[in-house]
Design a protein around this ligand. Structure first.
Ligand code: C2E
Ligand code: MG
Ligand code: MG
Length: 558
């Protein structure tokens, strides 16, 4: 479309359109005469009201400075539509220096603007779902954080990841996978407010920005509540079946959330925290929600606790309590797990969760474990001397599952003349999977001497079956989190069944941790689990009470 050429003339301070080419009709829908003297209306009148003052000011400003102008603005076309124009021109001054004319040309920029808008949209949106992409999300987040810093009105980011999407993609094909993502994105969109930003991060991952609206904002707590509510809504919405062609699909999602500016005040960090929270939701068994929690690594506090902990052992403040490990069929006690406690001089009894993490971060875990090994060996030796047929089981942290330390364990057993099968070592799945090769011969030696090995908290880490076969632990201890949900939680029930079968098939004993109810016990026995531990039988007991319990039990049995 050609440009329309015009000339405005300055008549004693009033600017009049003096000439205008015919091309203006194709651009505005009005013939040139409309805007010329004696016509219906001045050209200004069709400039979009939102742009009018700014365009006129920009033109005069440039001309007064003696510079050419270039403006972009909207007009209202004769047919009522809004069109974009580009105007270029310059003022012409007379000899006295006053502005006499303004000459210029007008082009229709509508198509170019639309192309530009389309390209911008494409660059900032996901092609499959048409949701904003990560780049646009990050821009929104930057703005939201800047706003939060100014006003103190914070918000939250939710990171949503579909569980097992890969299985659907592999099993039903990519077309079904794509359609599912499209449907998921509209459910996410519908479960949020209009001013929340729902974006696709990529793959089966979505990001949601809950902006600082008045009621969700304010205190971090209120924002956390709002985030939790939205996450619950999202999970409910995703919980309904999806229909793709003839296929009915079910998905679950794991969701992590982080708050700004309370948790972090850069977009990068907020996203990272949401990611960490998402992973902890995944780790906790998927299909769940987690809010990012600052890891409590207060170094000064750590050091203060470590300083007191260092002396605790010397001052006999550390104690082991023992929890019976029971044969579920006969109810006989077969072993005892040694669990550490710290009796502080202030009279508090601290649980391992309260001080072992500090011990791990400060290296104190090694001397503490050496102490546990020695105490447990002494105790097991006493039980041996009392003719009690049971083993002591100790927790060996990853830092101690090392050749040098484990050689010390073998030495300690010998020092106390303890038959090796009276001791069990509990290691985590993590240790089992990542142990160094140098441990292999030692593990073989353990086996040769009859020392027992258990995998603790089984089901919470990542085991490989081949690793399990190599290591051949005597016992798998199914983590309490699975037992807790028995027998009503179908998924937990299936998983426990699988773990029991796995243990039995590989010739290992299976021990269920944290049995609290008769129903749990019944389920376990019915499904072939041999051993267990839990409050249903006994809480961890001071050694004197434990021994009394077992000798009492023996007397009763006798
Ligand atoms: P764990 O090895 O899985 O120990 C079992 C934990 O579950 C114990 O908590 C025990 O008191 C608790 N428990 C047992 N039965 C039940 C039940 O029926 N219901 C519930 N709610 N809980 C039950 P505790 O003693 O607080 O120990 C926590 C963790 O700390 C242990 O988990 C173990 O990983 C670690 N730990 C304990 N003692 C030591 C130790 O001497 N050295 C090392 N490295 N870690 C230890
Ligand atoms: Mg344990
Ligand atoms: Mg455990």
């Amino acid at each position: 479309m050609p440009g329309a050429v015009y000339r405005y003339a300055n008549r004693d301070g009033e600017w009049i359109m003096e000439s205008l080419s015919d091309a203006i009709e194709a651009i505005t829908g009005y013939p040139p005469a409309t805007f010329l003297p004696g016509g219906e209306r001045p050209f200004d009148s069709i400039i979009h009201p939102e742009d009018r003052d700014a365009v006129i000011a920009a033109v005069f400003d440039a001309m007064t400075r003696g510079e050419p102008y270039a403006v972009e603005y909207r007009i209202v076309h004769a047919d009522g539509s809004v069109r974009w124009l580009n105007g270029y021109g310059a003022g012409v001054s007379g000899e006295d220096g006053t502005l006499r004319f303004a000459d210029g040309v007008i082009f229709d920029a509508t198509e170019r603007k639309e192309t530009e808008a389309r390209l911008t949209h494409l660059a900032l949106h996901d092609a499959l779902t048409d949701l904003p992409n990560r780049a646009l999300f990050q821009e929104h987040l930057n703005l939201a954080i800047a706003h939060a810093r100014r006003t103190g009105v914070g918000g939250a980011v939710l990171f949503v990841d579909l569980d097992d999407f890969k299985m659907i993609n592999d099993g039903f094909g990519h077309a079904v996978g794509d359609e599912l993502l499209v449907q998921v994105s509209s459910r996410l969109r519908e479960s949020c407010r209009a001013d929340d930003v729902v974006a696709r991060q990529g793959g089966d991952e979505f990001l949601i920005l809950l902006g600082g609206s008045a009621e969700s904002a304010g205190s971090g707590e209120a924002v956390a509540d709002a985030a939790q509510k939205v996450a619950a809504n999202l999970r409910t919405a995703l919980g309904l079946p999806f229909h793709i062609g003839d296929t009915e699909l079910y998905v679950t999602a794991s969701i992590g959330a982080s708050l700004y500016p309370s948790d972090a005040d850069t977009a990068e960090l907020v996203l990272k925290h949401a990611d960490v929270a998402l992973y902890s939701a995944k780790d906790a068994g998927r299909d769940g929600y987690r809010l990012y929690a600052e890891p409590k690594h207060d170094t000064t506090r750590d050091l203060a606790i470590a300083a007191r902990l260092r002396n605790a052992e010397k001052r006999d403040e550390l104690v082991l309590v023992y929890q019976p490990m029971v044969d579920l069929k006969t109810s006989c006690i077969v072993g005892a797990e040694a669990l550490i406690r710290w009796k502080t001089p202030e009279g508090d009894l601290l649980s391992p969760a309260e001080f072992l993490p500090v011990a791990e971060r400060t290296g104190l875990i090694r001397p503490i474990t050496a102490w546990v090994v020695e105490q447990a060996c002494i105790q097991a030796r006493r039980w041996c001397d009392l003719d009690l047929d049971l083993y002591a089981s100790i927790n060996v942290p990853p830092a101690y599952w090392q050749p040098a330390s484990m050689r010390r364990v073998l030495a300690t057993i010998s020092d106390f003349g303890l038959p090796a099968d009276r001791l069990m070592i509990e290691i985590t799945e993590q240790s089992a999977m990542t142990q160094s090769e140098e441990l292999e011969p030692l593990v073989a030696e353990f086996r040769g001497r009859g020392l027992r090995l258990a995998i603790d908290d089984f089901g919470t880490g990542h085991s490989s079956l081949s690793r399990l076969r190599q290591l051949r632990p005597n016992t798998l201890k199914i983590d309490r989190s699975y037992i807790r949900d028995l027998p009503n939680d179908k998924e937990a029930a299936v998983l426990v069944e699988i773990m029991i079968t796995l243990a039995n098939r590989l010739g290992m004993q299976c021990l269920a941790e944290g049995i609290e109810t008769e129903e749990q016990l019944r389920f376990l026995v019915e499904h072939g689990c041999h051993l267990g531990q839990g409050f249903l039988y006994s809480r961890p007991l001071p050694v004197s009470r434990f021994t009394a319990l077992i000798t009492g039990a023996e007397e009763q049995a006798a």
